[in-house]
Design a protein around this ligand. Structure first.
Ligand SMILES: [Fe+2]
Length: 149
């Protein structure tokens, strides 16, 4: 397998995970918009989503993960990788706050409104972060075009 193929496979996995997170977030947002289901069920779904986010972040941060791969391809990516690492910390705090919020009582109309607004905010922040990651992946990938194959 060429380096380009390995990278292509890596891009596919990252993309798949981003789609998976986005799908989970969308189904939570839909439940919030429709004020659907028992609030306890929603809180459980959010907890599951938080676990998926954490798993995804850890995969990117661990040795051999996305960040290390980016740095080993070109040390000039260091600043952007650091920004993305910092971004993970911010998003972790945000998702933690969402989980706390989901468990607050009473679960009245104001609770639904607040949670919906905050989930939309988190969704935008996560999308922006993933957009930056995708841009970096594309640069890693475009460096290879024309070099191999
Ligand atoms: Fe990501």
């Amino acid at each position: 397998m060429t380096k380009t193929n390995q990278l292509h496979e890596f891009v596919e996995v990252m993309h798949h995970q981003h789609v998976h997170l986005h799908t989970s977030m969308c189904s939570i947002l839909r439940m919030l918009t429709e004020r659907r289901g028992p609030p306890g069920h929603l809180a459980d779904r959010m907890l599951l989503f938080a676990q998926q986010v954490e798993e995804h972040f850890r995969g990117e941060e661990e040795p051999g993960g996305f960040f290390q791969q980016a740095l080993s391809r070109d040390p000039r990516f260091a600043h952007r990788v650091n920004q993305l690492r910092t971004g993970h910390q911010g998003l972790r705090s945000e998702v933690g706050r969402l989980i706390e919020m989901a468990h607050v009582e009473p679960r009245d109309a104001a609770w639904w409104d607040r949670l919906e607004k905050e989930c939309h905010r988190f969704s935008s922040d996560l999308s922006r972060h993933e957009f930056e990651e995708t841009a970096l992946i594309q640069e890693m990938y475009s460096d290879d075009i024309g070099v191999e194959d």
